[in-house]
Every structure is written in structure tokens, then in C-alpha cells.
Ligand binder design. Structure first.
Ligand code: URA
Length: 188
């Protein structure tokens, strides 16, 4: 674990801990306010993110940005990262060994950002952070707390592109986030 961003970012530069390093154009480390109160965790980069080296810049990210604007969340005020930092082929779910190789980078990011709330975007984020027994269908929208950090699971924005009906629930979950942030005067 590193106690500063420079060393952490340097340590990942030539990462070859798993097979995803072979197909990547860029490592997609994370973006946003490194002192954010609120952190979002997704699954892994898609084609657009791999090309640009920035999380959530493709269609799913653009949809999330629209929801942010509608609700009053400033993307620059939050920190956004993924479970894996390199693109899985055909955007498949990252495999266990890939997650195992990458998760310490994310843990280190969480320690450095020190967020008050972590939003878990989709099943991969939920299961890899909270445990395999968790279910996004059952637990989305339900806030829990562990070691002084609140966790809010919600749909992954890509799921909204496949199923429009999830948009309302995603919106409700972000509204809940905004209400808590306003109440607690968090940066959002
Ligand atoms: N999906 C993710 O989980 N993360 C991204 O950065 C982009 C799409």
C-alpha cells in the first residue's frame, strides 16, 4: 500500500499481474476529486475507456453523466474508479484472477480518497467489494455501513441501456445519495 498518489500511480504503470494487460491500450486508473466524499466504483473499462484512459466516458458513462446533471451531482467533485483497470475482452465480466490481481489498487485508492459514501455500480462491484453472496437485484437502493463508510449499491448504468425500466430505480438511488449528501453537507 502506498500513502501517496504518485507512488500508487507509478506502481500500476507497467502492471502485468493478469492477462488483461495483453489487450489494453491504456490503464484506466480513476478520475475525479482525490479528496471526494463520494466515490463510484464500476466494473471495468469498455472500448471507449480503454482508448481514452478515463472511466465511464462511453455510452454508459454518458447516461450516468446525464443523471448526475439532472440530480445535481458534479462529476468533478466525486471520484470514479473500477474493479479492474484494464479492459476485459468483449467487455466480459472480469474473472476471479483478474480481480484478485487488481483489487489492491482499488483498496489503495479508497484509502487515499477516504470517501464517506461508496456507490457500487452493478453486480461486479457489489460482489467484489461486499462478498459473493450479495445480490444487486435484492440490495440496490439499500444503504449499509461498514467501518465508517456507507455503501450504496445501484444498477450499473450499462444495465439501463439494456432495460429502460431500471432508469427510474437508478434515479431514485442517486436521489437518495444526493439527499444524504445534502443532509451531511458532503461535497457532491
Ligand atoms: N463500465 C464500467 O464498469 N466502467 C467503465 O469505466 C465504463 C463502463
Amino acid at each position: 500500500m502506498f500513502d501517496n498518489w504518485e507512488e500508487l500511480e507509478k506502481s500500476i504503470e507497467s502492471c502485468n499481474k493478469c492477462k488483461l494487460n495483453k489487450g489494453r491500450t491504456n490503464i484506466v486508473f480513476g478520475v475525479g476529486n482525490k479528496n471526494a466524499d463520494i466515490m463510484f466504483i464500476g466494473e471495468g473499462p469498455g472500448a471507449d475507456e480503454d482508448k481514452e484512459g478515463i472511466p465511464f466516458v462511453g455510452k454508459a458513462g454518458q447516461l450516468m453523466d446525464k443523471a448526475f446533471i439532472g440530480i445535481g451531482i458534479n462529476r468533478d467533485n466525486v471520484y470514479i474508479a473500477n474493479i479492474v483497470k484494464c479492459r476485459p475482452p468483449q467487455n466480459r465480466v472480469p474473472e476471479k484472477d483478474e480481480v484478485a490481481g487488481c483489487l489492491n489498487y482499488l483498496r489503495n485508492q479508497v484509502i487515499l480518497v477516504n470517501p464517506k459514501i461508496i456507490v457500487l455500480l452493478g453486480s461486479t462491484a457489489l460482489k467484489n467489494i461486499m462478498g459473493d453472496e450479495h445480490s444487486i437485484t435484492k440490495e440496490r437502493g439499500i444503504l449499509t455501513e461498514k467501518k465508517d463508510i456507507k455503501y450504496l449499491p445501484t444498477w450499473h448504468p450499462a444495465a439501463l441501456l439494456r432495460d429502460e425500466s431500471k432508469k427510474i430505480e437508478f434515479w431514485q438511488d442517486l436521489k437518495l445519495l444526493k439527499n444524504i449528501a445534502d443532509e451531511q453537507k458532503l461535497l457532491i
